[in-house]
Design a binder for this molecule. Structure first.
Ligand SMILES: Cc1cc2nc3c(=O)[nH]c(=O)nc-3n(C[C@H](O)[C@H](O)[C@H](O)COP(=O)(O)OP(=O)(O)OC[C@H]3O[C@@H](n4cnc5c(N)ncnc54)[C@H](O)[C@@H]3O)c2cc1C
Length: 469
């Protein structure tokens, strides 16, 4: 038997269901990857993530070569051209089946459906991106959960009852092959701060579990501390699987933390958030189409404040925590979760700018840009998403800064204008700057938070009035 594995967002050989199943029963395996530079642009993904993708593809190529599995990289401009390309490429190659792990965006699903319609060989698709498969968690009436807490309870119960399955790397099928260097075309920005490949991802995971997992709950909200795993770029491209995260956690703790309060539970909970957003994306395809989760919020009257949007993007809003976070994103391609929540709340609830503009900007910059989590995070912050108490949550950027970066350590890394400002006033530095450092160049606040908050709440109240008319 000859099997073809089509790699997509699962750039790993360990715990890869499609690869594992394809290699079962001593089948001969080859691999293919289809690069779609036009689609990358259409999805607005970042040049830094493209660089990271290219380097991880090269690392995968080396891993596969070590197993005697050749990898061919094809190029189709977009997903819609991919089925045709693959069908033509497969002609005369005599494979018995195609194996792949599922991708969940609507464009990806349409592409796969079209390919399956046209293929003359079986196409076997697996869940390689979630611990528990999409669609396997439903309410009593068989629907997908619309809020996180009941989803997470069912998720934990199901995991406790059924466990998870971690798949090994398949055995080498032949002598190691020599691998040619691979490199993707298109705009790229260096992602060298993030080492590529499964080995580095696994090392980062194990170091995080040994050093920080137990204190994650206490430390995860402080951006100046190294309290989170920074594994999101690897999880986003499938260089690492969520099962591998569970396994590392189990090795460190002796067992999985199933109950709130147990060491490590808070980190497990974040992995469940990841799964929640992915399950939502599958159950509600409109989320892939720029549509709000709560349809009634489509009527919100967002502002078209281009100047405000530019100030937000560039980190010149006059709110230090927002500005430091955005400058960090622009330079590194990564942002701490607490900061993502603060800047998303600021854009939507202080500047009243449509969450879709922020979502797109994030995607264009992030090294871990990933539709389900990005869309879920933005809609959560904007009050249009799957959330029990969404719209009156308006983060105060000043008190958030004071609480989570009390000494201003994170601010000082990114805002040279504030280098000399004492910690006690660094989150409201304007009076101090005017008195001690004339010509400092730091922006005045572009909005008054108190008034902006009331306006945001009024925008949502207006929706209720529409419903009752
Ligand atoms: C507005 C907004 C946009 C976001 N965009 C993205 C995105 O494009 N890609 C992305 O991977 N995450 C996104 N997140 C979620 C979260 O901020 C990042 O996953 C996290 O900051 C990554 O850091 P870490 O790897 O150290 O996470 P850890 O805290 O160590 O968590 C471990 C893993 O769990 C997952 N995770 C953690 N928190 C969340 C969450 N709230 N939602 C979904 N998954 C989560 C990630 O895969 C993460 O790597 C976004 C959050 C918000 C509020």
């Amino acid at each position: 038997m000859r099997h073809l594995v089509w790699f997509r967002t699962d750039l790993r050989v360990a715990d890869n269901p499609a690869l594992y199943e394809a290699a079962a029963d001593d089948a001969e395996v080859e691999a293919v990857y289809v690069d779609c530079p036009g689609q990358w642009q259409e999805h607005g993904k970042s040049a830094m993530q493209r660089d990271f993708l290219s380097r991880n593809l090269q690392a995968l190529n080396e891993q596969l070569a070590g197993l005697g599995i050749p990898l061919t990289v094809l190029t189709a401009d977009t997903f819609s051209e991919t089925p045709d390309l693959l069908v033509r490429w497969l002609e005369g190659r005599h494979f018995d089946a195609l194996y792949a792990n599922r991708e969940i965006g609507i464009d990806e699903r349409r592409r796969d459906k079209e390919l399956q319609r046209r293929l003359s060989i079986p196409c076997r698709v697996y869940n390689g991106d979630c611990v528990l498969d999409h669609g396997s968690l439903t309410t009593r009436s068989g629907d997908m959960y619309k809020v996180f807490t009941p989803f997470s309870k069912t998720w934990l119960a199901k995991l406790r009852a059924g466990g998870y399955r971690l798949l090994p790397v398949p055995a080498a099928q032949a002598e190691a092959l020599s691998s040619e260097p691979l490199s993707l075309s298109g705009e790229r920005v260096s992602s060298d701060d993030w080492p590529a490949g499964e080995a580095d991802a696994a090392q980062r995971l194990s170091q995080f579990c040994q050093r920080s997992l137990r204190e994650y709950g206490e430390r995860r909200d402080y951006p100046a501390q190294d309290g989170t795993s920074s594994l999101s770029p690897y999880l986003a491209l499938g260089v690492l699987s969520p099962n591998q995260c569970l396994s590392a956690m189990e090795s460190e703790l002796g067992q999985l933390p199933f109950s709130r309060g147990e060491p490590g539970f808070v980190w497990l909970n974040e992995l469940i958030w990841r799964e929640f957003y992915r399950h939502l994306l599958v159950a509600f395809p409109r989320l892939s189409m720029d549509r709000a989760f709560r349809p009634e919020t489509e009527a919100l009257q967002w502002s078209r404040d281009d100047e405000g949007f530019r100030a937000w993007c560039e980190g010149h809003t006059g709110y230090p925590i927002v500005d430091a976070a955005m400058r960090c994103l622009n330079q590194t391609g990564w942002m701490h979760n607490r900061l993502r929540m603060i800047v998303a709340s600021f854009l939507t609830k202080d500047l009243h700018i449509d969450w879709r503009r922020g979502e797109r900007y994030f995607m264009s910059r992030l090294i871990d840009g990933e539709l389900a989590a990005n869309n879920g995070g933005w809609q959560w912050a904007a009050g249009t998403g799957a959330d029990a108490a969404p719209y009156f949550r308006v983060f105060n950027p000043t008190t958030q800064g004071e609480r989570f970066d009390a000494e201003g350590d994170f601010l000082r890394c990114w805002l040279p204008e504030l280098a000399e400002v004492p910690a006690r006033v660094i989150h409201s530095p304007h009076d101090w700057l005017d008195n001690h450092s004339p010509g400092h160049g730091y922006a005045k606040p572009i909005v008054d938070h108190g008034r902006a908050r009331l306006h945001a709440i009024a925008m949502f109240d207006a929706l209720k009035d529409r419903e009752t008319v």
